[in-house]
Design a protein around this ligand. Structure first.
Ligand code: MG
Length: 310
């Protein structure tokens, strides 16, 4: 299989952790319903391809996200599937009810999903921006008491479809509050994919000035406007070493009629392989996995690398 020529950039981190989101963020935004057996095999294949973190599902009410209505069944399957004990398999938890389900399932990593903007908080969480912290506080503290790792997603960090531009200090303030609740990691989401590289650099600079260094951050870039890899590179240059991506680019864009939403993991791995940044991911095995799940979804992968290697 073709591979990029490796030309190491010594100014970049030596290794990057890819946080794989396809089974959750990918499948929840696909119209096709995937059987639980296929989901379990999908997670197994992603783990076998070397992805150190695979977010498996969301414990939202099944009425909200019918694609993930089988979350409890999937977690029960994965618990008996013989995955390595060290494998991180986070689960999205929207509220205390979801946390109860996570505790029952023996989940060790959770993620919460917050908003940087008022409009998205009201639309997605049915809360005012300031009220979301009170909703998440007991979830985070109970999860921490149970020994779980907690990631906080912060959505709409680079633009909001209803509000337009989002001020940097508003994102910094929201991120600080989520970390102060006890979250271990903050994932900065470009939910509609409008961010550009200078914007990433500026936001990371403001966060660092507010005491939030790149070691506590992840970048969740969407490729809707073709900017995801440029934005990732800006993040790497600022020292970010956790990057979110979705195998095969699964997920589309929930707020634009575009096939391209989540950054494809294969496109990210091609970049990082070429830069000589270690990820532990086997690009060939990952690409075969994305071609396999694409057949189950009935549409080709939008990933440029998957298409080029096919
Ligand atoms: Mg996403």
């Amino acid at each position: 299989m073709r591979a990029p020529q490796v030309v190491r950039d010594p100014t970049l981190p030596e290794r990057v952790t890819i946080y794989e989101v396809a089974p959750r963020d990918g499948l929840q935004n696909e119209s096709a319903l995937v059987p639980v057996d296929v989901k379990a095999e999908f997670v197994q294949r992603l783990v076998a391809a070397g992805l150190p973190v695979v977010e498996t599902t969301s414990l939202v009410h099944p009425r909200w996200v019918p694609q993930l209505a089988d979350a409890d069944g999937l977690l029960a399957r994965l618990a008996t599937d013989g995955l390595p004990p060290s494998q991180a398999l986070p689960v999205l938890v929207p509220n205390e009810r979801g946390l109860e389900r996570a505790l029952t399932a023996g989940v060790r990593h959770i993620a919460i999903f917050a908003s940087a903007t008022e409009t998205f908080a009201r639309r997605n969480l049915n809360r005012a921006l300031d009220e979301q912290y009170a909703m998440f506080a007991p979830v985070v503290s109970r999860a921490r008491d149970a020994g779980m790792a907690v990631r906080a997603y912060l959505s709409m960090c680079f633009g909001d479809p209803w509000e337009g531009d989002v001020p940097l200090d508003q994102v910094v303030a929201a991120g600080r509050r989520l970390l102060d609740l006890g979250a271990d990691q903050l994932s900065l989401g470009d939910t509609i994919g409008v961010g550009t590289a200078g914007h990433v650099t500026a936001l990371l600079g403001e966060l660092a000035a507010a005491g939030v260094g790149p070691d506590r951050l992840a970048l969740h870039c969407h490729d809707t406007y073709g900017q995801a890899l440029a934005n990732v590179l800006a993040g790497l240059r600022a020292g970010v070493t956790t990057i979110d991506a979705s195998a095969g680019g699964l997920g589309g864009c929930p707020f634009a009629r575009s096939a391209t939403g989540n950054l494809a993991t294969e496109d990210l791995v091609w970049l990082l392989d070429g830069l000589g940044v270690h990820t532990g991911v086997d690009l060939a095995a990952l690409t075969r996995t994305s071609q396999w799940i694409a057949r189950h979804l009935g549409r080709p992968s939008p990933s440029r690398v998957v298409q080029a290697l096919a």
